[in-house]
Every structure is written in structure tokens, then in C-alpha cells.
Design a protein around this ligand. Sequence first.
Ligand code: GLN
Length: 186
Amino acid sequence: MAGKTVGVLALQGDYERHLRALESAGAHPVEVRTAAELAAVDALVLPGGESTTMLKLLHREGLFEPLAAFGQQKPIFGTCAGAILLATTVTSPEQESLGLVDIAVQRNAYGRQLDSRVVTLPSALGDLEAVFIRAPIIRAVGPAVNVLATYNDDPVLVEQGRHLVATFHPELTVDPRVHAYFLTKL
Ligand code: GLN
């Protein structure tokens, strides 16, 4: 990781918490809002927020195609809305996505009652406190996807090669292990 720069997409959503979490994990992250800023980083975090809004802003800033190309070469970590942007298939409703991680996600899938909750999850990284906020459910994973944690038998933390996806919000807890794990992919 030495000498490498991690960016956080800072168009919308809870990107500031990701900057803090990456600092706790030992990185010196920068905010990314333009194609030039994207070109200057070695890895990128897509934060939680509202994926439809983020998608519109990505197009408005001319970042959608550069981001898809970036993901062919460099690691991306998507949380919640970021996970939705990385998926190959998005439902409820259908939505365009980058298609960089071979997962099918259903948006807002826990419904109103489970709008938001905190659970303790066993994972390949040890027990994690996981905060779910209007989270998507990963309904299917392709053969190249490795599942690192499940909740109610659904995958919630997965990786595919250089990319990492969480349907929960590791940036909202003080535990830096998920971000530290992402940094091992640099
Ligand atoms: N429900 C949001 C979406 O569909 C994601 C929620 C989140 O990122 N916390 O984009």
C-alpha cells in the first residue's frame, strides 16, 4: 500500500465517514469528484447514500465510463448504494450499474421493518458489527465471487478479485478491519 492513494467518491452519501475509516486503517484518502481526480488514485471507495442520485451525478460529471474503465484495472470497494452501483444486475427497481462485480442485488430489500439495524456477524475477518440502512440484498452471486459474510443466509460481504462489496456500513463503526482488508487489495 505504501505510496498508493485511495480515493472516496464524494458526490453524495456518507463519504466523510469512509475518509475517517480509511485513515483509521492507515491510509491517506482523498475525495474524488472529477475524472481527473479519479485518474490520480489507485483504488476507490463508493459510499452508501442513494444509488439513483449517485448514478445521475456520475453521468452529469462524466464519471460513469471512466469509473467502469477504472474498475477493469483497479480495486473498488462499494458499500450499500456503492454495492448497488458495482453489481451486474439491479432490481426493485431495475437500474443501470457498472457491472464490475457478478452479483444480482435487490434494492431496499429488507422492507420497512428492517429499515435499519445493527447486528453482530461472523465473517472471514472475524465477528463484525454490521449496520444495515435501507440495505439491498444480494440475491445471486456468480462463480468468481467469494462470500466473506452472510446474514440470514444472504451474502452481505463479498469480493471478486480486486473488488469488495458490503451491503452494510463498515464506515459507521469504529472497527477498521473491513477497510484494512480492502487496503490489502492495493
Ligand atoms: N437504498 C439505497 C439505494 O437504493 C441504499 C441505502 C444506503 O446506501 N444506505 O441506493
